[in-house]
Design a protein around this ligand. Structure first.
Ligand code: NAD
Length: 269
């Protein structure tokens, strides 16, 4: 307890698209349990409010704020609102990301552009708005949610994969550029994580085949199970807090050994 005492953390994408624990929701709750005051940002205010209510029910401090982080003016307003509410920003967790399934011959140009805006530009926008405050304060920690898709072939996921590779490099560049100013920037790379976004999609696409698909994924992970949002949240917490003060401009892979495994097959849908 107390690993984020006295710190203010923005979590972008702090809700979940369906019932259950998403990476952002679990991380926001964990941040609060560790003493942070959490600014829970989501384009869906009901999703952000649900996270806020969980935090408050546990005695934590949280503000829910509606913002589409792919829109520059809204991001500027969001960061100004956080400063007004809490006076500082110590941690930024950029968790927003979307997926479009398909290879280069399938993905529509509009979908490509939208995905790059949501997955990559949004992180540039939030960093651009938050870094001046971290500079003023003398430091801070930024954690961006990439994916193992950013470093490995993922069948028919070309836009997502390219965007997550970009998130990795965005994080490295920011981390190196601002290291001497006390700002760290790292990315996490989750593998197969059973968040509602994934489980709901598999259920909807073919309910009869759901158990087989989950089992297939589980077998591809050397640890023998899918990850949970809490596995991601604990990795993000480490990078966010001062325990990782010498860890900068790098990636934390959270995948049960799948990326390192020569047999670890990646997902096909
Ligand atoms: N679940 C996995 O297996 C997995 C694996 C690797 C990486 N990731 C990454 O983790 C992140 C979160 O995924 P998830 O499945 O936990 O969460 P999710 O898809 O449930 O989304 C979390 C929240 O983000 C919000 N959101 C979406 N677009 C937004 C926008 N433009 N502005 C503000 N809020 C927005 C949604 O409303 C939702 O409440 C993504 O970046 C994803 O790429 C997930």
């Amino acid at each position: 307890m107390g690993r984020l005492s006295d710190k203010v953390a923005i979590v972008a994408g702090a809700g979940a698209i369906a019932e259950g624990w998403s990476n952002g929701k679990a991380t926001a709750v964990l941040f609060a349990r560790e003493g942070a005051r959490v600014f829970a940002v989501d384009r869906d205010i009901n999703a952000a409010s649900e996270t806020r209510d969980i935090i408050r029910s546990e005695g934590g401090e949280c503000t829910a704020y509606q913002c589409d982080v792919s829109i520059a003016a809204d991001v500027e307003a969001m960061v100004a609102a956080c400063i007004k509410a809490y006076g500082r920003i110590d941690v930024l967790f950029n968790n927003v990301g979307m997926q479009v399934v398909g290879g280069p011959l399938d993905v529509k140009e509009d979908d490509w552009d939208r995905l790059m805006t949501v997955n990559v530009k949004s992180m540039y926008l939030t960093c651009r708005a938050v870094i001046p405050h971290m500079l003023r304060q003398g430091g801070g920690s930024i954690v961006n949610n990439s994916s193992t898709a950013g470093i490995r072939f993922t069948y028919a996921n070309v836009a997502y994969s390219a965007s997550k590779g970009a998130v990795k490099q965005l994080s490295q560049n920011i981390g190196v550029q601002y290291a001497a100013k006390g700002i760290r920037c790292n990315s996490v790379m989750p593998g197969y994580i059973a968040t509602p976004r994934i489980t709901d999609r598999l259920k909807r696409s073919n309910p009869a085949d759901y158990d087989r698909k989950i089992d297939e994924r589980r077998k591809a992970v050397p640890s023998g199970r899918l990850g949970t949002a809490w596995d991601v949240a604990y990795g993000v917490l480490y990078l966010a807090c001062d325990e990782s003060r010498f860890v900068n401009a790098t990636e934390l892979v959270i995948d049960g050994g799948q990326t390192a495994s020569t047999t670890g097959k990646m997902w096909e849908d």
